[in-house]
Unconditional design. Structure first.
Lengths: 112, 113
């Protein structure tokens, strides 16, 4: 069945370090891919998205490229800040219904 | 854009009681989704509406669960005869079309005593 797998956390980095959070998916059809972020005490917020193969989503210095050949959508940021500490969720969305299938989430802790 | 609103934010109830949650989507959004999130996990799809029609229900949605969206505006999710395993965060999301990203509310946290 359809699924999303993320790298396990927590991921702990020093400020200004490079971030990669791996995400792979299995899906029927051609789903859209998303990264959502959940800051402490807050709801899920859309971080970025890509709707077709080779699309790159970007926002707030974060990037992810829709790789159909490897069924991946890895999240990257060149220089993390303490304020990026949060839980990051990778998800794919059905092209028919729009329903989202989420990964289990990856906690990022950035230390000054 | 006032965002997706959910009420209450937190509900504590005894096992066996019925509970009802409300979701008010962004006003022009025609699609509304319900998800459930347990601690340390990603949200899991429960059901969704396009306007007032409920188009899909997950197998997670047992017959104790019912959702409605009268007039295609706000939605309610009711759980009858609550069980310990129902303790979770219930999230509501809305979108304008299937290709547009969903906006999430802050959720209703259900705690079963």
């Amino acid at each position: 069945g359809d699924s999303v797998t993320q790298m396990e956390g927590p991921v702990t980095l020093s400020e200004e370090a490079f971030l990669t959070i791996n995400c792979t998916y299995t899906a029927t059809g051609y789903p859209s891919l998303f990264w959502y972020v959940q800051y402490p005490g807050e709801g899920l917020q859309l971080l970025l998205k890509a709707t077709k193969a080779d699309d790159k989503g970007s926002n707030k210095g974060f990037e992810a490229t829709y790789r159909k050949e490897t069924t991946s959508f890895h999240l990257e940021k060149g220089s993390v800040q303490v304020s990026d500490s949060a839980v990051y969720f990778c998800a794919h969305g059905s092209s028919n219904t729009g329903k989202l299938i989420f990964g289990q989430g990856t906690t990022l802790q950035v230390k000054p | 854009d006032t965002g997706v609103s959910q009420d209450p934010r937190h509900k504590i109830t005894k096992r066996g009681q019925n509970v009802t949650f409300r979701c008010d989507p962004i006003s022009e959004h025609n699609r509304l989704y319900w998800y459930r999130q347990t601690l340390g996990q990603g949200p899991e799809f429960l059901t969704y509406f396009q306007n007032e029609a409920q188009l899909e229900k997950s197998r997670l949605l047992s017959d104790r669960f019912s959702a409605e969206r009268p007039k295609g505006s706000f939605s309610t999710l009711e759980i009858q005869r609550t069980e310990q395993g129902d303790s979770a965060m219930y999230l509501c999301a809305s979108s304008l079309d299937v290709e547009v990203a969903q906006h999430f509310g802050d959720g209703t946290r259900l705690s079963i005593l």
